[in-house]
Design a protein around this ligand. Sequence first.
Ligand code: BGC
Length: 748
Amino acid sequence: MKATKFLKYLVITIFVLLIIIFSVVLYYIDYKMYDLKADQNLYSQNIWEINTDSLSEKILSMMTLEEKIDQMYGEKIYKSIPKFFGNFILKQKFPHIYAGRNKRLNIPPWVLSDGPRGARVLNKNISAVTTFPVAMARAASWDTSLEYKVHDVISKEMRANKTNYAATPCINLLRHPGWGRAQETYGEDPWLLGEFGIAAVKGIEKNNVMACPKHFALNSIENSRWVIDVSINERALREVYLPHFKKVIQKGKPASIMSAYNKVRGKYSGSNHELLTKILRNDWGFKGFVSTDWMYGIYDGIEAINAGLNVEMPWQDEYNYDIIKKGINDNHINLNQIDSLVLTTLKTRLKFAYSYDSIKYDENLILNTSHIDLARKVAEESMVLIKNEDVLPFKISENIKVGVIGDIANLENTGDMGSSNSSSPYVITPYQGIKNLFKNINSDVFLDDGNNLDETIKLAKKLDQIILVVGYTYKDEGEYVMSRGQMLKSAEAKELVGIKGIGGDRESLKLSKKDEKLIKALSKVNKNIVVVYVGGSAINMNNWIDDVPAVLFSWYSGMEGGNALASIIYGLVNPSGKLPFTIAKNDSDYPYFNPYTDKINYGYYHGYTLFEKFNKEISYPFGYGLSYSSFKIDNFRLSEENTDKNIIEFKVDIKNISKAYGKEVVQLYVGFEDSQIDRPLKLLRDFKKVSLNPGEEKTLLFKIEKNDLSYYNEIEKKWMIENVKYNFYVGNSSENNSLIKYKEGIDI
Ligand code: BGC
């Protein structure tokens, strides 16, 4: 009897609790939206003329300790959890998390939106935005002016969706191609990463959106991101893993930066004094504010305050009144530290809240034609032609049979579905792109998923042209979410413990067995075939590369990807992308990588510097990609007009010696002759993308700052220029045979 009564009460309690939870979730799903700009009605002068530095100081002096602490986290946990998960699960929408709003002092809030390939947080009545190819694809365009335009569009659409803080660009270095979030970054080379990062930050901040490069620092493994400790020596840190962060901070001047989840030399990045204060602020002069990565950003509020971390995201956990008050009482921190952290955040964000907008960020800006055209152009510029034995471009003609084959040939596949996801109004798949191209042409375009190999082979024999689409989806690579407990256990065991989640790191660099089988079988029966690879990083092609005449890397190519693909394959657009990473011949030659580990050492060499230094055979070099045109690069010389002693200037001529209009990426590398220090054989120091009509010739100018030739002296703890000869090379890939060396080494 007692047991039945207990059960009855239990059921009623659970029922009531469920109703309460449900109502809270519903309440917060329909959350209130706030303005992010300062209220002009409160001021007689124009708000953008107000000195926000002195205003911030004034506001700070009027704040209570509670109010100051309220500037140090995203939202209260009771609001943000139901709002976040409710919207995410029930509506597949990422909500506005309002940070730092203070009604009493009239301080508007700020709102984060992810956005590596399109604005992530959407207004209630907006369901889609412009979706670009992933960052790795855009890096393969080697065109930073496009990256600027892409971020101009993304940030415009962010403003139109009432957000003003972009959790992008991701500038972590691609150390190993298995990294699940490789698609979110710009490749293996610090120089390329830095140049793209600057372009992204400038494009974002043009629309008064705060940029937040991420994840600082050494975040290049996904499946153990919450638990891994990265050890590294000072030279590798300064010369390989941080120079792009330094450059983006100093030249891009972003408002903010996001700390990484992982530990660096034993301390979590979000409470790492060496990273956040010594390097970021003291050495580099960063003036903006640091926010944590989401949820597992910090574990000890006092340590984080002492490290110099400004804001905990997305909700209040460690940065709460009790912890901070106790820290002050126990003399572990002091009020001045709180003031200084809050003042930095206020000064930075009020500049944006009080800024002049040259346009109105209406919702009708979203997905306008010029944005969509840009998405297509970027996709076209980014595709990399890896191999072409006189197969491409295919001819568009009447009465032919074209086959688009593979189980992702007609899949809407724009990449990771984690934080870098973007809601697209439509996605042109490879099949649809080819269909669109043949719309008014009397030919047959077949779609075949390749699931019945015998049938597909039969079809392949009859086809005139085959486009075989292979590769990955968000299930194979991307952001990885599992419980931290499981991550810890897996890291300790050095292998997956529990169920494998979606995405994450790739444990094999090969394509699926099915894809490999299809490639081999179809290329045997039909030589008019191109293999189109969809994915975010390098793959191992050894099993099949010799069997196929043509290979094109099309990446996750965004909402217009299929149309871009068709243009490239049929020669309406000449391919001009170049690999932003090296593809090894043997997977074991990449740096050591295990997705399940709690400790790893990042060495000095990776990417092309590693393969060159240790003479490892590679499949395809960094900076490599074919074109339908041929170019002649010649007359590599010092520029005579240069008057700046801190700069070395070179000129080189490039001529299109083919019959097709095309684009080429000319890269400049520097090497160090007879160096007494262990240094890479060469390093990228500049690049230019140039377009040329048939027969046209252009002269390109390269400028190298002498400081960019220095190395980090660990004993002196500073950057130094070695007294050696510097060799310079230009060419259309990093491969030595494709480079011209300047006639003599140069003293600087
Ligand atoms: C990711 C960040 C992202 C944040 C907010 C985290 O899981 O690592 O890159 O900005 O979520 O979505």
